[in-house]
Structure formats: C-alpha cells, structure tokens
Ligand binder design. Structure first.
Ligand code: G16
Ligand code: MG
Length: 214
C-alpha cells in the first residue's frame, strides 16, 4: 500500500513550464542564441544554471562562471515577473480533485520541484497549505535525474520511498523517481516519458486508477 504522494510543480500542478520557456526564449534572443521547443524539453526539471549550460552547449558556446550566474539571474528576473500574476485559476485540470482525494485517503503529500520559486508559485495558487512538505530546492545537491530530491521529500513526510507515488512531466524527473524506487506517473507525452510506470495526458481521470495503489 502506498502512503505518500510526491508532486513535481512545473508542468504537473501548474503550467509554469510555459513561463520558463518564454523567459529562456527572451534571454536567448537577447544573447543571439538559438532556442526552440526541442531544446526546452531538455530543460524540464533541470536547475537554472544547468539549464543555461544546456542552451550554451546546444549553441556550441561557453561562458565564464560569472557570466553564467549573471545571465541565469536575468532569466530568473523575467520568470519572477511572469509568475506574479498566477492565481488559483492556473491550477491544472484534475489537480485540486486529486489532492483532496489523496488527503481524504490519509496520504501524505509533498512537492519536489527543482524550482527555487516553488513556494511563491504554490502560495499564488493558494494550495501550499495542502502539502505536508515542500522541498527546498536550494538545499538539494544533485538535481533530477538524481533521486535525491524525491528521497528528501519522502523522508520529510515520514514515508518509505517504495511507499510513494510520484507525479512528473519531465524525462529527468521520471528517471529520478525510478532511481528512488517510487511508482512513477508521467503527465504528458508517452514517447518523452516512456520510462514511467503509467502515463496520462492530464490528471483529470486519475483517481480511479490510483485506487489500485493507495
Ligand atoms: C523546474 C523547471 C525547470 C527549471 C527549474 C528551476 O522544475 O521544470 O525548467 O529550470 O525548475 O527553476 P527556478 O529557476 O525557478 O529555480 P520542476 O522540478 O518543478 O519541474
Ligand atoms: Mg516539471
């Protein structure tokens, strides 16, 4: 029986993935770098500095550490500006119902997002109080696909990794969940998330399926 549910944020609870994309797109065009949806797919679930490194690598470029910090910070300023307007209306379909159902089943809930802006987004969505724990991305040493963030989440809700179900929209996140020994539910494209135990388009009709696990 599963006792814990761990949620990724961007692309699972709300579509901030589109804002990350737009913020990177703006920075890339300012720097004359190529950036498209395909490169963006590689950035999902990946930390800020590492994301910039991927964009630079795709463009055959390299910046000094100082430059990278500077431009990653600029991208974050664009992003922070965009997420100011987030409201409960931006919660993705099925999420509220799923969280309420899991709560009613007595399942412990955590958020494991690579984003340092996760608490702000969760507050703007007015759902932060639903979660028993929100992992502090700033304290995680190894990002997804390393399992660390999910293991830390499980520990903080007092549930063993194999008793957890994780919800992820990124390939890196699915790999991290599997390496953590958790059941991995992918949200999005079957092809991109082929290592997930189960893939759904969105969370609308997920609760009857989850009844099998909890
Ligand atoms: C998210 C996004 C990534 C982003 C990362 C860091 O992770 O998917 O694209 O680069 O957080 O975000 P920030 O720059 O706000 O710290 P997740 O794990 O919520 O999907
Ligand atoms: Mg995500």
């Amino acid at each position: 029986r599963r006792k814990g549910a761990i949620f990724d944020l961007d692309g699972v609870i709300t579509d901030t993935a589109k804002y990350h994309y737009l913020a990177w797109k703006r920075l890339a065009s300012e720097l004359g770098l190529y950036f498209d949806e395909k490169i963006n797919e590689r950035l999902k679930g990946i930390g800020r500095l590492e994301s910039l490194e991927i964009i630079l690598e795709e463009n055959g470029q390299n910046f000094s550490h100082q430059e990278k910090e500077y431009y990653a910070n600029r991208k974050n300023q664009y992003y922070v500006e965009m997420i100011k307007n987030i409201t409960p209306k931006d919660i993705l379909p099925g999420v509220t119902n799923l969280i309420a159902t899991l709560k009613a089943w007595g399942v412990k809930l955590a958020v494991a997002s690579a984003s340092k802006n996760a608490p702000t987004v969760l507050k703007n969505l007015r759902i932060i109080e639903w979660f028993d724990h929100v992992v502090d991305a700033g304290r995680i040493k190894k990002g997804k696909p390393d399992p660390e963030i999910f293991l830390v989440a499980a520990q903080n809700i007092g549930v063993k990794p194999w008793e957890c179900v994780g919800f992820e929209d990124s390939a890196a996140g699915i790999e991290a969940l599997k390496r953590a020994g958790m059941l991995a539910v992918g949200i999005g494209d079957k092809e991109a998330l082929k290592d997930a135990d189960l893939v759904v388009k969105d969370l609308t009709f997920i609760t009857p399926i989850l009844e099998l696990f909890f």
